[in-house]
Design a binder for this molecule. Structure first.
Ligand SMILES: *Cc1c(COP(=O)(O)O)cnc(C)c1O
Length: 392
């Protein structure tokens, strides 16, 4: 697969190879199955001696178009699309992990991923553990002879920690471990983990890829022989993406580049303005010099992404007051929408963790996460400032 910097370019090259027609926009194959001219054609499809579509749980042309666009952006050989980001994560874990295997993960991961790692995998005799991925020695210590997968997010949700993909990629290659990166927060427009040694890259397409808060989706892309395994597992177990969602997402990818530029510009400006507000202790954004891994962010990302976090001096109470003071920003648990969204992790998404567990992943009582939208930055800032000022 050639790789392109922008999915609109990729779209033009990919789409017309999928059917004999020459649609200008993405066609929607809203069908569960495909028919054959002859018994031999059908026989060949099952034997994989031709590439005829069989059944949409396996492959569907609209879904293939979406997957190929993501491959082009990530510089990946092949991919498989799923109903949600969690379906991609769980499907990939279960493809490779057998009873007796171990998976090593960074401590701060998306909430449902944390639940899979700590509550479900053990049921099948799979061990998981966390370590500090910003510390090379700690990773070396944590790798075991039965470690099969190494999994991380960078930037992490919601902590915005940044890990050195190149350093970790090298370690995985030396040890023969499959290196998987959840690249949801960066998108392939800002960071391409395969260039730094990742074997597989996973996305929740629900977030920035759709970017308009409409559909759920997930995708895993990477090395051809690994994707083949994911495909065979998923074709049988059924987490596949709906053609309708692929149709939505495929068009969304064509505007991802310009959307991300605006999200990132707005986020950086917001982060800088927040830094001088008296009711805030600290602001975290990958492209601020005060970020502990600023140098690594600069090395592996072209911009900081659309998420900014900050810590209110007034703790939990201030967090609740801030959320209630917002007029324009939505109180929503999603992120990566056209509209700016605020969330208060310690009273919502992470309220079930103990205080100690929350602090271990950087979630203090006054932490606010903002998913910065496409509105004018002055409108975003005035809503946030109006809600911050009474907290001084
Ligand atoms: C949202 C999210 C997921 C899960 O994706 P869904 O599409 O909601 O299933 C996984 N990883 C990260 C980093 C996310 O933000």
């Amino acid at each position: 697969m050639d790789n392109y910097k922008n999915a609109t370019t990729a779209a033009i090259r990919i789409q017309n190879t999928l059917t004999d027609e020459m649609e200008h926009s993405t066609p929607l194959f809203l069908t569960s199955s495909f028919q054959f001219d002859t018994a031999e054609d059908m026989q060949g499809a099952f034997a994989e001696t031709n590439d005829h579509n069989i059944y949409s749980r396996f492959v569907n042309p609209t879904v293939t178009e979406f997957v190929q666009k993501v491959c082009a952006l990530e510089g990946a050989e092949d991919g498989f699309a799923t109903a949600s980001g969690m379906a991609a994560i769980f499907g990939t874990f279960m493809t490779f992990l057998n009873s007796g295997d171990h998976i090593l993960s960074s401590a701060s991961v998306f909430g449902s991923t944390h639940t899979i790692l700590t509550k479900y995998l053990q049921r099948w005799g799979i061990q998981s553990s966390y370590t500090d991925f910003s510390n090379k020695e700690a990773i070396i210590q944590a790798i075991r002879s039965d470690t099969k997968l190494l999994y991380l997010e960078t930037p992490t949700n919601p902590g915005l920690d940044i890990f050195d993909l190149e350093m970790i990629g090298k370690l995985c290659r030396e040890k023969g471990i499959i290196f998987i990166v959840d690249n949801c927060f960066a998108t392939p427009l800002l960071q391409r983990p395969i260039e730094f040694g990742a074997d597989l890259v996973i996305h929740s397409a629900t977030k920035w890829m759709d970017g308009q808060g409409r559909v759920l989706g997930g995708v895993v892309v990477g090395r051809k022989e690994l994707i083949r395994e994911v495909y065979l597992f998923c074709r049988n177990t059924g987490p596949s993406m709906s053609p309708f969602n692929a149709w939505i997402l495929s068009k969304s990818l064509e505007t991802l580049d310009v959307r991300m530029q605006r999200h990132c510009d707005n986020a950086l400006t917001l982060a800088k303005r927040l830094q001088s507000h008296p009711s805030i202790n600290a602001v975290k954004y990958p492209m601020l010099e005060t970020h502990p891994a600023f140098a690594i962010a600069r090395k592996q990302m072209s911009a900081g992404g659309g998420i900014v976090t900050f810590e209110l001096k007034g703790g939990l109470d201030a967090g609740i007051k801030f959320m209630n003071g917002l007029q324009m920003l939505s109180l929503t648990s999603n992120l990566g929408d056209t509209r700016s969204i605020a969330s208060h992790p310690s009273s919502t998404t992470h309220s079930k963790l103990s205080e100690e567990e929350r602090l271990a992943v950087g979630i203090t009582p006054g932490l606010i996460r903002v998913s910065v939208g496409l509105e004018h930055i002055d409108d975003i800032w005035s809503d946030i400032r109006n809600s911050l000022d009474p907290l001084i």
